[in-house]
Design a binder for this molecule. Sequence first.
Ligand SMILES: Cc1cc2nc3c(=O)[nH]c(=O)nc-3n(C[C@H](O)[C@H](O)[C@H](O)COP(=O)(O)OP(=O)(O)OC[C@H]3O[C@@H](n4cnc5c(N)ncnc54)[C@H](O)[C@@H]3O)c2cc1C
Length: 414
Amino acid sequence: MSRETIVLGAGMIGVSIAWHLARRGRSVLLVDRQRPGRETSFGNGGLIQREAVRPYPFPRELSKLLDVLPNRRADIRYSLRGMVKAAGPLFAYWRHSAPRQHARIIPEYASLITLCTQEHAEMFTAAGAEDLIKKQGWLEVYRSRAGLDARAAEAQDAAERFGVTHELLDAAGLRDREPQLADGPAGAIHWTNAWGAVDPGALVAAYAEAFEREGGRFLQAEVSGMRQAGQGWRVDTDAGVHEAQEIVVALGPWAGDWLKPLGYRLPAFVKRGYHMHYGAEAGRRLHHWLLDAEVGYILAPMRAGIRLTTGAELEPRDAPPRSGQLDAAEAEARRLYPGLGERLDPEPWKGARPCLPDMKPVIGPAPRHDGLWFAFGHGHQGFTLGPVTGRVLAEMMEGEEPVVDMTPFRADRF
Ligand SMILES: Cc1cc2nc3c(=O)[nH]c(=O)nc-3n(C[C@H](O)[C@H](O)[C@H](O)COP(=O)(O)OP(=O)(O)OC[C@H]3O[C@@H](n4cnc5c(N)ncnc54)[C@H](O)[C@@H]3O)c2cc1C
């Protein structure tokens, strides 16, 4: 059983970990009930967010909270049930979002984010998946001058402290980049060292194939149990029992389900989100990924069409979908980009961002079990952070000094 490792979950996080471990010579079994990259890592905005050094705080200003209350905004929606179910973690999230706490979290979060493009580049080169990546940056569009000015100050700070590059565009500069947008926005920040994937699920699948070329094995099976057995671990699945010396829990929004039986009470919660693909009217193409920042949705020119992704919905993970948030975002998107065509999918896609209250993932050893490792809770940037997470977790598991100080990401911080 020496160095035998089972990675549970084949989203962007689990696949990246499995690839890094296999490259280091481990015998790795990657398990998922679906093909790799078919859940949260499939439906996201596809941005590799080199600029995202400031994790999203919970709104603190009274004016914003009052604005959210009627539940009509596109960026945040909630249900009473969702708020009550996640009341503890949401209250902790609100506390961690206070300016002083948030300022402390930024450099910790940035320590991972700054490595995101270099680590993706290593993986997509090995996977031969360069054609899935666009390196043109993305546009954060502001309708108001005040919003643009405030964000420009943050962009300057991110440039000086964390090497994030950007261009500040006024209305004419924005029109130059995207001639099909309606008049009105004050301008945009063009984040120039961020990238986008034109088919996020296909990128994860390509990384999984690269993992298999390194000698790794993928098993499509539903995990139904995990427990310590002898010197290692036993994982029960609907395709048999598998044993290994070490296991990694990379189950994204489902990770929490498996922690309680092991005696861990981590304050995990989810922010749900939707996507829909649209056509574009002839001759009215969209060239860049674009965030309508003060409204709160993304338009992403992908292979399958223009993908609109919504902001956060505070609902229990498995509650039925609601259409209001996507409808509201679509109406705003048609005003900003009149070239947006018809809906292309029969139903909106729904997923759930796996979150923790201090906006940072958990990456590292389980505090009370030998051979058990955690990697989940990557919130809004799990697609961005997969390859970095794979690298640092593999370094820890191999007893190497991780490239980043991993103290801020330990599970026992809660
Ligand atoms: C609308 C939206 C837009 C987003 N946009 C971006 C973006 O532009 N950039 C960015 O960086 N991030 C973005 N994110 C966040 C990002 O998608 C997530 O953080 C990331 O995909 C999480 O990856 P993961 O591997 O942890 O989880 P997942 O991709 O969900 O993988 C977990 C896997 O566990 C498997 N699993 C669960 N239970 C079991 C079981 N019992 N047995 C077997 N397998 C099981 C699932 O099938 C799944 O494949 C967005 C998220 C949403 C919802």
